[in-house]
Design a protein around this ligand. Structure first.
Ligand code: MN
Length: 235
């Protein structure tokens, strides 16, 4: 196959390092699950009743991905830049309308993620019924650790912790997910043909809050790994 001629050099493919591998994992899309821990849904003023509600999703561009350890500028047009510590599910096989009992077949592995959020802009959008893009689709706002290969493994529990400057701000357990890993894959694959390299940020527990220039965020998930982000000065 010959490469087509482009007017200029295309942007590089977003990718992540993989534990124990020299090859990097190419990223296709970034999906995020909204409100997926009860205590966080309540702190956002929108409790979830699973018996009558369905999970919802939003997307972030792959171009917003940044690796753990980075220093990112405090983003423009916000006064309330929030961290959200999340388990990231990495899809390794195509899947469409995947039954929950077969969901493990599409799992490549997991990572630790930060779904960084301009909370002030997200809440304005929410109240006015506008899209969330300005609040969520933030340049260098999708932080991810190395990917840990765990083919076919469904994670059901494990402590999740986030610290800012060494102080614990989020502490929960993956067993508290409202929609668990199998349910997320089954439901999301009703809307999308899941593809290798799709990342699914599975939602954040309670304790979200703001960071400031100079802050250091440390997160970890039991059985997966850890993640670091340094917040730099505004541009
Ligand atoms: Mn989130």
């Amino acid at each position: 196959m010959t490469n087509p001629d482009y007017l200029w050099t295309p942007s590089p493919v977003a990718s992540l390092p993989v534990r124990g591998q020299t090859e990097r994992l190419p990223i296709h899309r970034i999906f995020c699950v909204g409100r997926n821990y009860h205590a966080h849904a309540i702190e956002m003023g929108r409790p979830v009743d699973k018996s009558v509600e369905r999970a919802f999703y939003f997307t972030k561009s792959p171009q917003t991905l940044v690796s753990s350890g980075a220093t990112v500028p405090y983003p423009p047009e916000t006064k309330d830049y929030h961290y959200e510590m999340e388990l990231v599910l990495v899809v390794g096989k195509p899947g469409f309308r995947v039954p929950a009992e077969r969901a493990h077949e599409v799992i490549y592995g997991y990572a630790c993620g930060l779904d960084m959020t301009r909370r002030d802009l997200q809440l304005v959008a929410r109240e006015k019924g506008r899209p969330w893009d300005l609040g969520k689709d933030i340049e260098q706002g999708s932080v991810c650790s190395e990917v840990v290969p765990m083919e076919g493994v469904v994670i059901e529990r494990g402590e999740l912790v986030l610290e800012v400057n060494g102080q614990t701000r989020q502490q929960s357990d993956l067993s508290k997910l409202i929609w668990n890993i199998r349910e997320i894959i089954a439901d999301l694959s009703l809307f999308y043909h899941l593809q290798p390299g799709d990342l699914i940020y599975t939602g954040t527990p309670e304790g979200v809050g703001a960071v400031l220039p100079g802050d250091r965020i440390d997160g970890r998930i039991e059985g997966v790994g850890d993640i670091v982000l340094h917040v730099g000065a505004p541009e």
